[in-house]
Design a protein around this ligand. Structure first.
Ligand code: CMP
Length: 137
């Protein structure tokens, strides 16, 4: 069993498709073992995406992530990291396979509906960034 971090981003929350996205996870063998809806502030969003701080898209990414509430979840299941990334599809929705979350719900590489950890090691760090162990059941 693995755990991974998922974020439903402000564009998808605004579109009222939280439930539809969660259904993709639950219908594909991933269980939500922690979840909260929150408004990120600039410092928190910047720290979460610190790995991208030297990339040209960093400021736009942070501004986008604080533009509205997000839903942060811990997903658990067999090969959860890889499974979540398959369900999300390519980072750029224009390149994402039909039937993936980003192909179906996202507009652009900036407003791309969801974030998911890209490795087991990053998943552990990202989960600890948002949740204490007592919040994960
Ligand atoms: P995410 O998986 O949340 O990780 C970083 C985010 O930066 C990514 O999804 C995209 O929404 C955003 N981003 C914007 N431009 C790029 C780019 N050229 N390459 C990767 N990510 C990008």
């Amino acid at each position: 069993m693995e755990q991974t971090l998922s974020i439903i981003k402000p564009d998808a929350v605004k579109k009222n498709v939280i439930g539809k996205i969660i259904d993709r996870f639950e219908s594909n063998g991933l269980k939500i073992v922690a979840m909260k809806k929150l408004a990120l502030d600039k410092a928190t969003a910047g720290n979460f995406y610190a790995i991208h701080k030297d990339r040209p898209f960093f400021n736009d990414l942070v501004e986008f992530m604080i533009s509205g509430p997000v839903v942060v979840m811990v997903l658990e299941g067999k090969n959860a990291v890889k499974k979540n990334r398959e369900l999300m599809g390519d980072t750029d929705p224009k390149k994402a396979t039909k039937g993936t979350i980003r192909a179906d719900f996202a507009e652009s590489i900036d407003a791309n509906a969801v974030h998911g950890s890209d490795s087991l090691e990053n998943a552990k760090n990202e989960i600890a960034f948002f949740f204490s162990q007592t919040e994960i059941k």
